[in-house]
Ligand binder design. Structure first.
Ligand code: CP3
Length: 361
């Protein structure tokens, strides 16, 4: 497929480890609920319907890039991590004001076996995702690179077992502790699907990929080594292999975000990803020391900073960028987690402007 030429390759150069003029900036959940233009377009439409309508998904993806023109160096496709459970045959609804809901979560061995036996056809069942990526890549017209993404296998297992968000993680913990072999089989099935999904996202137009292991921090270090890390490793090894089979010659950079898994940062930095995204629990200088230049680091300011005054934002941006080495390479500005629905768009603009200011100094 041929696409418009990329005009801003700052993020891609950074992920190659090149020296750069300033750190590239983007923010997790940059498209969505805090944007008035999102609310206007969404109205009372169903969330997954938005994702599945390529024209709407493209428009929503590009909204923050237009609003923060010149301040944001990447777009992330408007979709959700829960589309893999859908491809595995599960029903997922997005309940207005409360979040994802699975009417039939995985609670018994039979429930899991049903998913294991489900014949996945990523190209057919997620065809809308690929159409949305292709259309978005064209409409972006090379302004910034486009992220594809998926959920980490453990995080998807959590949603599939719990049936939504959770506080105690009772059902996911039951699965990995009562039936670890079954849990591993399920994680394998999710991983195989994720590899195919990510590779096909690249074919459709994604230029960089991120894996969101958002519930990483719910695992002990020992369990992370068993139920998350090996699958994150399979993904970073498997996607390039699959892309080669599909005839893609260039290297497609990949970033991993394991929220809360502070104990695993050293291992994550050595896993083979081009970037490791950090939440705010890390002091930037400590993370740089542990990484030893193996990959680019991304993050990690607490998005809560957006509720602060301009002075507070400036102070914390300066601390972050200096801590990550000034931002002239191997560093990507981001939040430590996503935007909140209540955030002021002008404060976010100020945050981005400050990142440019301190990152260019
Ligand atoms: O800019 C973007 O990042 C947009 C694309 C995007 C969405 N979800 C859109 C969305 C991405 C990358 C995601 C990833 C995602 N989804 C994650 C990983 C990142 C993270 O936050 O840890 C997770 C855990 C989910 C699951 C999910 N989707 C939840 C828990 C919820 C409800 C709560 C919430 O944060 O909004 C969603 C809904 C969702 N996904 C919305 C959007 C814009 C809100 C829909 C609405 O109410 O209008």
């Amino acid at each position: 497929m041929s696409f418009p030429e990329l005009k801003n390759d700052l993020l891609l150069r950074t992920l190659k480890g090149e020296a750069v003029e300033r750190p590239p900036c983007w923010i997790m959940r940059q498209a969505g609920r805090y944007l008035p233009e999102y609310k206007a377009l969404k109205g009372d439409k169903d969330f997954f319907k938005l994702c599945q309508t390529p024209e709407i998904a493209a428009e929503l993806t590009i909204q923050p890039v237009l609003r923060y023109d010149g301040l944001i160096d990447a777009a992330i496709i408007f979709s959700d991590i829960l589309v893999i459970p859908q491809a595995l045959g599960m029903t997922v609804e997005m309940v207005e004001g409360s979040g994802p809901h699975f009417p039939e979560p995985l609670r018994t061995t039979d429930d899991v076996t049903k998913v294991l036996n489900h014949e996945v056809n990523v190209l057919r069942d997620l065809d809308w995702a690929f159409k949305a990526l292709t259309l978005t890549r064209h409409q972006l017209d090379g302004k910034v690179p486009l992220f594809g993404f998926c959920g980490g296998p453990w995080t998807l297992l959590v949603y599939m077992a719990e049936g939504g968000g959770s506080r105690l993680f009772r059902f996911a913990k039951q699965l990995i502790n009562e039936k670890p072999d079954l849990a591993l089989q399920l994680l394998q099935k999710i991983t195989d699907t994720a590899i195919e999904f990510l590779a096909q996202q690249v074919i459709a137009g994604a230029q960089v990929l991120q894996v969101f292991e958002s519930w990483g921090g719910e695992l002990s270090s020992m369990d992370f080594d068993k139920f998350s890390l090996p699958f994150l490793k399979q993904i970073v090894d498997g996607v390039p292999k699959r892309l080669q089979e599909l005839g893609v010659k260039e290297h497609i950079p990949m970033i991993v975000f394991a929220k809360g898994s502070w104990y695993a940062v050293d291992k994550l930095c050595g896993l083979g990803y081009d970037g490791v995204s950090l939440d705010w629990s890390w002091d930037p200088k400590e993370a740089v020391k542990i990484n030893k230049g193996r990959c680019s680091l991304q993050g990690n300011i607490d998005p809560g900073v957006i509720y602060g005054s301009n002075e507070v934002i400036s102070e914390k941006v300066k601390y972050m960028i200096e801590g990550f080495g000034g931002g002239k390479g191997k560093y990507i500005v981001n939040f430590g987690h996503g935007t909140h629905p209540f955030m002021d768009t002008e404060k976010i603009r100020f945050f981005l402007e400050e990142c440019h200011k301190y990152g260019s100094a």
